[in-house]
Ligand binder design. Structure first.
Ligand code: NCD
Ligand code: ZN
Length: 352
């Protein structure tokens, strides 16, 4: 007899995925976190918002080496490096880094938009020459899409950015490929969809799992706080639809952003969700809930490489349909600090 249609598979095997947006930090934090990303992903687009930021080819090459050394020898992981754009970004440095195979993309942080973005860009005019060099070199621009005007409500900053900054930018730089990172709104989804071939969008596991109510459920919960901040339920539903649609424009980017617990559990806590140890388990849960497990491989393992013009991974991973089995915290070596691991409020039925 044929199994009932509701029956779920007990294992799930897909090509090894990549993470197109990851914060690995440096020093002891890198030592604590690298293994968790490398266990799940073959490659990662490494965010450059260190202190000080990674703006030079030589700094990125040295950081790449530190990441490679931080990954246990038995795991294969390729760090893909990005350049942190600052006002007056040097077109020659951008072109050279791409040519030498160090930069894969550049990252646009509007100044003061998020963690370690103080050196970010104050106006698009200030990076126009850099963006022209990137167009010529075929180097994608990765965008933290939020305006920083304190007059704009924090929940509207992504939607306003699309109109005020991104729309003029894509007109002005017709040859630039752009990733709108960690989309959190329906407007973000629609903006990406309106520009096939030029725009991609990454979606995090946490923005798929909870809406803004989770930040305040039973009290203020700093481990659910990240930027862009989670929005209303209607936006979460739009993200779930986009991620599971099979559209090649949407792909996986965890935005795993570790901060030690003491820097989140305080009067002015840092933004960032540390999801690396549970990322694929949570994505699988979301895709299962949306009856779209057959679309997970495209989102996690195919659409990203296609956007970047890289081959998909040949190796495979297998997830097991059993309750999430992941640590609550990850210890940071050399002190008594730890990082709290993200866990949605709703059950996750997948593990490695
Ligand atoms: C990131 C971080 O901590 O570096 N934080 C976050 O909330 N996502 C920065 C970022 O990507 O915005
Ligand atoms: Zn990020």
């Amino acid at each position: 007899m044929a199994p009932p249609l509701t029956q779920q598979p007990t294992t799930l095997s897909i090509r090894r995925p990549d993470d197109w947006h990851v914060h690995l930090r440096d020093g002891p934090m890198l030592a604590a976190c690298a293994v968790h990303t490398a266990r799940q992903f073959a490659r990662g687009i490494i965010m450059p918002n260190l202190v000080p930021p990674v703006t030079k080819v030589a700094e990125a090459a040295a950081y790449r080496e530190r990441i490679r050394r931080a990954v246990p020898a038995e795991l294969e992981f390729e760090p893909l490096m990005t350049c942190y754009l600052t006002d007056g970004a040097d077109p020659a440095e951008l072109a050279r880094g791409k040519e030498e195979g160090v930069w894969v993309a550049s990252k646009l942080y509007p100044a003061h938009a998020t963690t370690n973005s103080a050196h970010g860009v104050t106006s698009m005019d200030a990076i126009a020459r850099g963006l022209e060099a990137m167009e010529k070199a075929g180097m994608p621009l990765l965008v933290h899409g939020e305006v920083t005007d304190p007059e704009v409500d924090i929940f509207d900053r992504e939607a306003v950015f699309l109109d005020k900054v991104l729309a003029p930018l894509i007109k002005r730089h017709q040859g630039l490929k752009i990733v709108l990172e960690h989309i959190t709104t329906r407007e973000g989804v629609q903006f990406v969809e309106a520009h096939p071939g030029r725009l991609g969008g990454t979606i995090t596991p946490h923005h798929l799992s909870y809406n803004r109510n989770a930040l305040f459920k039973g009290g203020i919960r700093p481990h659910f706080y990240c930027l862009p901040i989670a929005k209303r339920e209607e936006h979460r539903l739009a993200l779930r639809k986009a991620a599971t649609s099979g559209s090649p424009q949407f792909f996986l980017g965890t935005d795993t952003a570790p901060h030690t617990a003491d820097t989140k559990e305080c009067a002015c806590g840092c933004a960032g969700v540390f999801n690396a140890p549970v990322a694929m388990q949570v994505y699988a849960q979301v895709f299962m809930e949306e009856s779209a497990l057959d679309k997970l491989e495209a989102f996690a393992s195919l659409n990203g490489p296609r956007f970047y013009g890289l081959p998909a991974n040949e190796a495979r991973i297998t997830l097991q349909a059993r309750p999430l089995d992941a640590p609550e915290r990850v210890e940071v070596p050399g002190g008594n600090k730890s990082i709290v691991v993200f866990r949605p409020d709703t059950p996750v039925g997948w593990s490695f």
